[in-house]
Design a protein around this ligand. Structure first.
Ligand SMILES: [Fe+2]
Length: 236
């Protein structure tokens, strides 16, 4: 076994979304049509790229202020907080966590999004932070609205935050989405439903009033597990 490769044992696909899902129509455009080829990880993949930024301005994790307009965005203020762990339950400090999202009306500040909802001049909809020594990340933001998409007739995406995380190395990179509890749109969302049913609850945050702090914001807790550091290998 290659050096440290045991940290990245093969994925358990039973809990992962299907690459090609007929109900999530655009997967047909990008799902591989051939079986994957196993390529051994190289030392640079296992050890790199390391920490990306080593320090970030705290305002980058405050999406209610990082537009820099001195105005308040419209919507329900929320705090999203959680821990980033590896598969062995170890905290992952200094991990870059990036989020992007629609505004309270369900509109992205992006040229491609032209649906009939207003842009919020005080809301960019993107932020980032580094996890602390206990693997904790925290964002202050606005709860995103639902928005329509072209997957099906009258299909609406439930409220969600997009997340991108860099763990200690390239194999631990994760791009995923966080959902809010109790949303009636979960049942008809083709993206959430592409994930096996037993794994879907892992993508839904918990309401946690203890996170509200003094920010006049609703608290949601969501922990994230990145690939890696399972168990010590039997052979080295
Ligand atoms: Fe989205």
């Amino acid at each position: 076994m290659a050096i440290e490769e045991h940290r990245y044992l093969p994925r358990d696909w039973a809990g992962e979304p299907r690459p090609d899902d007929s109900d999530y129509r655009s997967t047909a455009l990008r799902a591989p049509s051939h079986d994957p080829v196993a390529i051994p990880l190289t030392l640079s993949e296992i050890t790199g790229p390391g920490a990306l930024p080593t320090e970030l301005d705290p305002i980058e994790a405050d999406l209610t202020a990082n537009a820099g307009t001195d105005g308040e965005p419209i919507g329900e203020r929320i705090i999203v907080r959680g821990r980033v762990l590896d598969e062995g339950g170890n905290a992952l400090p200094d991990t870059l966590v990036e989020i992007w999202q629609a505004n309270a009306a369900g509109r992205y500040r992006h040229q491609v999004d032209q649906h009939r909802a207003p842009i919020d001049p005080h809301f960019i909809g993107a932020g980032r932070c580094l996890t602390d020594a206990d693997g904790v990340y925290r964002f202050l933001t606005i709860r995103p609205g639902a928005y329509p998409w072209a997957n099906d007739v009258n299909a609406w995406r439930p409220s969600h935050l997009h997340f991108s995380l860099f763990g200690p190395a390239l194999p631990s990179r994760l791009v995923t989405q966080m959902y809010f509890p109790g949303d009636p749109l979960h049942a008809q969302d083709a993206i959430l439903n592409a994930v096996p049913a037993e794994a879907r609850p892992l993508l839904i945050a918990s309401y946690d009033p203890d996170l509200s702090e003094s920010e006049w914001a609703l608290g949601y807790r969501w922990d994230i597990v990145l690939r890696g550091s399972k168990s010590t290998p039997e052979t080295a």
